[in-house]
Design a protein around this ligand. Structure first.
Ligand code: GAL
Length: 927
């Protein structure tokens, strides 16, 4: 019979998903592992739980910085011209994180999974001194069963993470650190593993749908589990539509699974316009008691890529009006709060985007939830092209995690791989595609090729949908060569614009926003879309890119640090490209826009190039009420006028069927006189997570935003929140994104604020600039139920749980005795237990080496239980003697001991009486 720890006092049923984002300690730079030379140290170092250095269970991290996740340290640092251009001249380097975790005694027997949604880039993770995971991709999650390593009660658990962000997986800014959320998922010993519910709807005949639900089960307990699994589907109003049940037996430390087919008649279909989400709830019961319950969202929709007619959603033709995006935002780097992602997606929706390619990696899980809710079609893309086991596991992780999302319509296995035109590329994709299909056969597989389409054997032979990057000139040839294969542009455009600039300046890396400039391999925004829109067999396209991003400052280099490709800048402020696409993509809404702004002092009488972007039939332009001309709208190339500058009001009127249906105006403003702060939303949730962008502008005396204003603004924030950073969209700006000042760039900057944990009241923002009236903003903080989180614990208490214990002896041992460095066997290694010795072996010597940290200086060693007489030797000196034989607690003062210390206890037993250490021993700070 196994001697197991006492069963938990009170077992909690079901699962708890708790945020672990709060309460981390961070050290920038590597903490090299101490060099080990001695045999004993070498031996110990090789044992579970015994890692050295900053990963060790006990390590002096008292000087480390305290922070909450998500965190990107690269964006905190200065720019460095000698750093990598593609990563935006941000040094990345190496960093360490540590966190302590207290798990209640009552939770013994529960199952615990530690989850990191994303760490940039190479991560090594230890729990209680044992390495538990390596993850060599910055874009996939680490999920680690930490149950066997845990300690309960006051003996804290230590998580340590070493992040090597010198490792690169991309050619864009990748950030550095634990930049997505972290979680502790607690379940019963019988549980559904993460991503263990597969519930992808399938269409049958005549509006009948089914969801063949497959539930995987696991058991980390001590007995086989007989479980009943219920799955139910509820509609968006919460009404249950279908239910099924199955039984399973799950072996000890084994897995099981059940298949439960559910039938759903005539569900409301999901589409970007109507995001009807249904819930699949799985409930696992053992002996009638719920042991696990979890829910996921899914949606009913069909997709079809047709080689001749393009893409169909729910049987209706739809052109993919897509953008590619990376995952960094102004002020925050890649540590983008969920609510800022919501803002980014909202901006794309307003632009008329219906599809997103998360290039070139899977996004954070919350972002896909938003894509489901906000209504986008998603190309979900794997980062590393490699079918070898470790990398295949990255691809499988993505498919398993994301396959229930109705938004996901395509799996992409690569982007522009040099082997794409060869047999090697074909064989690699063939394997990766098969691995995808094994997990999800409801969506096509694609790969973003940029050559190799015409070789005898190439990647196109192994994918369902042909994806082409930048092949405008060859679209027709590719289609002719693959007439039976659906075809989409997977990436196009790569045009350059600096937001708010209309006069290019090569010397200063400024690019005008008229859509004149693009990469050699790319096209202007308008021609790229025309090429797609005019070919009925093209499913659609994905503009490179929706937003600017750090790094890849093509066509420039230093001092430019971020890209020019975005339809919007790094803050989500529109460039001219925004209007060009919006008028094409929102065809139902009559729209007219004018570029540029109308502040051109000194250019009176000179011709200004005016672009009018419209989706109506005709446009007329007027300056100060005087007609300048009327043109037939060119829906692809847009319209252009030359207008001799005169300050005032430039107006465009759009006509349809002879009727004036839309207008746009730009006006010459006066000089800026005051600042303005425009919040994105009326309030913030006081949960320490909610964040919002605030637009910072300068207004003239009439309250008009001045498009050329560039004052240096200073921010002061008070109340229940903080600044997370700021940006202004200037690709050449080297300002500190975290400081308290920011210059407006072409009239705009963005400040991102976040509520504090458990805050209420208000967050106050004050913006000042020399010569301008200050602006203040008071953002209400809604007191919110705090999402479940694992309390941050900081403990200066260390547990002495690794002792060298000498063999019991009849003679009092020498307190200075220690085992030979090459002798791992004569003395025991581990935690002492109470002993009952024969009179002949009365003495027992225990020896522990530890570190007295600054916090513990002047503190004490606390023996929870001690029996019998004992002597205590600290650093070779006897410091105390215990004369009582009775059991009890015992304290030994640390006195002047600092740094490395050795404690020796010699216990002496009375004949036949138990004696020695009995229970935990802790090093504690002075009380
Ligand atoms: C493509 C590539 C993108 C980006 C873009 C810039 O070749 O897929 O990641 O580098 O070029 O034009």
């Amino acid at each position: 019979m196994l001697a197991l720890p006492a069963p938990a006092a009170q077992v909690q049923e079901g699962r708890q998903v708790m945020s672990l984002d709060r309460g981390w300690l961070f050290h920038l730079g590597d903490v090299p592992m101490p060099k080990i030379v001695g045999h004993e140290d070498t031996y110990r170092n090789a044992k579970a739980g015994n890692v050295w250095g900053a990963a060790a269970l006990r390590f002096n991290d008292s000087a480390w910085r305290k922070l909450d996740l998500p965190h990107d340290w690269a964006v905190e640092g200065p720019f460095d011209p000698s750093a990598n251009v593609s990563q935006g001249y941000r040094p990345r380097g190496i960093g360490w994180y540590r966190r302590y975790l207290r798990i209640d005694e009552a939770k013994r027997g529960r199952h615990f999974e530690l989850q990191f949604d994303g760490i940039a880039t190479n991560a090594t993770i230890w729990v209680n001194g044992t390495v538990v995971h390596h993850n060599w991709s910055g874009y996939n999650a680490s999920r680690i069963d930490i149950t066997p390593f845990l300690r309960y009660g006051d003996a804290l658990n230590t998580i340590a993470v070493r992040v090597d962000a010198e490792a690169m997986e991309g050619w864009w800014y990748e950030g550095a650190g634990i930049y997505r959320h972290t979680w502790l998922v607690e379940t019963s010993p019988v549980y559904v593993p993460t991503d263990g519910v597969h519930a992808t709807p399938r269409e049958g005949r005549n509006g009948a749908w089914s969801i063949p639900v497959e539930v995987t089960l696991a058991n980390s307990g001590h007995d086989p589990a007989k479980v009943t699994v219920d799955v139910a589907v509820t509609d968006p109003s919460g009404r249950q539509l279908a239910h099924g049940r199955a039984q399973a037996t799950v072996a000890v430390l084994g897995q099981g699974s059940v298949n439960i087919p559910l039938a759903v008649a005539h569900p409301a279909l999901w589409s970007p316009a109507h995001t009807s989400l249904y819930k699949v709830t799985t409930t696992v019961r053992e002996k009638g008691v719920v042991v696990d319950e979890l829910a996921l969202n899914t949606g009913f929709r069909t997709l079809r890529f047709d080689p001749q007619q393009g893409f169909f959603l729910n049987g209706e033709h739809m052109k993919l009006q897509g953008v590619c995006i990376h995952q960094d935002h102004a002020g925050v780097g890649v540590a983008v709060p969920d609510s800022i992602w919501e803002y980014r997606l909202r901006r794309l929706k307003e632009l008329g985007v219906n599809a997103i390619r998360f290039s070139h990696n899977a996004p954070a899980p919350e972002v896909l939830d938003m894509a489901d809710r906000q209504g986008f079609l998603v190309m979900d893309e794997n980062r590393n092209f490699n079918p070898s086991p470790e990398y295949m596991a990255q691809l499988q992780w993505m498919v398993r995690r994301d396959r229930q999302h109705p938004s996901v319509i395509l799996w992409s296995v690569f982007n522009e791989e040099p082997v794409q035109g060869s047999e090697v590329g074909y064989e690699m994709v063939r394997r990766m595609s098969a691995a995808v299909k094994q997990l999800d056969d409801t969506r096509p597989v694609t790969a973003a090729m940029n050559s190799g389409f015409f070789t005898k054997l190439n990647v196109s032979n192994a994918v369902d949908v042909l994806g082409a990057n930048y092949q405008v000139k060859d679209y027709d040839r590719i289609h002719a060569a693959h007439p039976d294969q659906p075809f989409t542009s997977s990436e196009d455009t790569s045009a350059f614009m600096t937001r708010g600039e209309y006069i290019g300046d090569k010397e200063h890396n400024v690019i005008a926003s008229y859509d004149d400039d693009h990469a050699r391999w790319g096209n202007g925004h308008r021609e790229a879309w025309e090429a797609i829109d005019t070919r009925p067999w093209m499913a659609g396209g994905f503009v490179w890119t929706g937003f600017d991003y750090r790094g890849e400052p093509t066509p420039n280099v230093w001092p430019t640090v971020s890209s020019y490709f975005g339809i919007m800048d790094l803050n989500g402020f529109p460039k001219t490209a925004y209007y060009m696409h919006q008028v094409q993509w929102l065809r139902d809404r009559p729209l007219v826009y004018i570029a540029p702004h109308w502040n051109w002092p000194g250019k009176e009488g000179q011709d200004i190039r005016v672009k009018v972007m419209a989706n109506v039939e005709r446009v007329k332009l007027l300056l100060n009420g005087r007609e300048l001309g009327e043109q037939q709208v060119d829906r692809y190339r847009m319209n252009e006028f030359k207008v001799p500058y005169q300050p005032g009001r430039l107006e465009a009127i759009g006509y349809k069927g002879g009727k004036d249906v839309a207008r746009a105006v730009v006006e010459t403003t006066g000089p800026a006189v005051r600042l303005e702060l425009v919040p994105d939303r009326p309030a913030l949730a006081g949960d320490g997570r909610d964040a919002m962008p605030i637009t910072v502008r300068a207004l003239d005396a009439q309250g008009r935003a001045v498009p050329v204003a560039d004052p240096l603004v200073t921010f002061a924030i008070s109340g229940g929140g903080k600044s997370l950073g700021h940006g202004n969209g200037d690709p050449n700006s080297h300002e500190d994104e975290k400081g308290n000042t920011r210059r407006l760039f072409n009239g705009l900057a963005q400040l991102i604020v976040q509520s504090d944990w458990n805050s209420s009241g208000t967050l106050e923002v004050r913006a000042t600039a020399p010569g301008l009236q200050a602006a203040t903003l008071s953002i209400p903080l809604r007191a919110t139920a705090q999402p479940p989180f694992v309390p941050a614990v900081a403990s200066p208490v260390a547990y002495l749980d690794e002792w060298r214990i000498a063999p019991a002896s009849a003679q009092r041992p020498d307190p200075q005795a220690k085992p030979a460095a090459n002798d791992m066997n004569s003395w025991t290694l581990g935690m002492p237990a109470l002993r009952k010795e024969a009179a002949a072996a009365r003495y027992q010597l225990y020896r522990a080496e530890f570190e007295v940290t600054p916090a513990q200086a002047g503190g004490r060693v606390h023996f929870v239980g001690l029996r019998g007489k004992a002597e205590f030797w600290l650093n070779g000196e006897q410091v105390k003697a215990r004369s009582s034989a009775a059991p009890g607690e015992y304290i030994v003062a640390l006195g002047q001991a600092r740094g490395p210390a050795t404690l020796v206890v010699i216990s002496e037993a009375q004949a036949g009486e138990p004696a020695g250490l009995d229970g935990t021993v802790s090093v504690e700070p002075a009380q």
